[in-house]
Design a binder for this molecule. Structure first.
Ligand SMILES: [Zn+2]
Length: 318
């Protein structure tokens, strides 16, 4: 409930800031939708609890959202420091941020729902969502600690809000699954990267050449992380869970895989594939999961948000 209030306040403040009153109305509708979703969420929360996808143990060795035991060197706080230090450089490497604050606010609002209304709110991370200017590359990724990115190139391939929620939900899944931190632990990278950006932080805001170089190195190491099939499946499963808990039609994530696959067969393969293999197989897995969770069909209250996407996002995309 508190999350909903915060979200509404956030939406309201953004809506006040905009001079476009029709757009403001769209955003308020977006907020009102949350109330309708509350009852549905209780139902869906119960379903996912039965399937054991959401467990809470509270020990530091055990992931508070997935319930898995994990081997990581970094604390969640260190992951966040790393992510925050690296986010600016990461955005620069992808052409900077998309120059439309209202489109960014729309992405933020969808992302905020995926946290405040779902099991993701149990995680210790402060999530931030960044729409990147790059309109040619089809990609999305996350840094440890909650920094989530998607390119304008990917966003303009999407048809509706549920598909956007699928992209963000999947990346939130990588953060909450701590896949980056696990990977860094395997490569003994975590401590050296935190030390590198820690030194940089003490030099002030991207001040010296040394700190910029350290951050660039950290970013390159983070970018080169490739997740395995198990990590991808866990993120798909978490993404599916979060989008459904937030009130979205789960078919959006299957459609996302189809969009990525057709982008792949239609010429230049999207970069998403280098870190996100085999969308075709994953679509099948997701269809299986959806049928398990909803054996009697998709509840009609779960929506694809196509009208909102077409009204708010489509005209602001390249
Ligand atoms: Zn992934």
């Amino acid at each position: 409930m508190a999350g909903g209030a915060v979200e509404n306040k956030l939406l309201a403040s953004w809506a006040v800031a905009t001079t476009d009153s029709r757009l403001a109305q769209d955003i308020f509708d977006f907020g009102r939708r949350s109330v309708r979703k509350l009852l549905l969420r209780l139902l869906i929360g119960g379903i996912f609890a039965i399937f054991g996808l959401l467990n809470y143990y509270g020990s530091t060795d055990i992931n508070p959202v997935t319930g898995e035991k994990q081997r990581v060197q970094l604390s969640p706080q260190q992951e966040q420091v790393l992510g925050v230090q690296a986010r600016g450089e990461m955005a620069q490497q992808h052409g900077g941020l998309y120059p439309d604050e209202q489109l960014q606010a729309y992405v933020d609002a969808v992302g905020a729902d995926l946290i405040s209304e779902t099991g993701a709110r149990q995680s210790p991370y402060n999530f931030e969502f960044h729409l990147l200017r790059d309109a040619q590359t089809i990609n999305a990724f996350a840094l440890p600690g909650g920094q989530v990115f998607l390119t304008a190139g990917l966003m303009r391939q999407l048809d509706d809000e549920a598909q956007l929620a699928a992209v963000l939900g999947h990346e939130i899944g990588h953060v909450i699954g701590r896949h980056g931190a696990e990977h860094m632990a395997k490569q003994q990278l975590g401590v050296s990267l935190v030390n590198a950006v820690g030194v940089a932080a003490s030099d002030g805001e991207y001040g010296s050449g040394r700190s910029a170089a350290a951050i660039a190195q950290a970013v390159n190491q983070l970018v080169s992380l490739k997740y395995g099939r198990e990590d991808e499946l866990e993120s798909d499963r978490l993404g599916l869970q979060f989008m459904v808990e937030a009130g979205y039609d789960p078919r959006g994530i299957v459609e996302l895989m189809e969009i990525l696959e057709s982008a792949n067969s239609g010429g230049a393969p999207p970069e998403f594939f280098s870190s996100h293999p085999n969308p075709g197989n994953r679509a099948q897995e997701l269809v299986g999961m959806i049928n398990q969770v909803f054996p009697d069909g998709i509840p009609p209250q779960l929506e694809d948000g196509r009208d909102r996407f077409n009204k708010i996002a489509r005209p602001r995309l390249p």
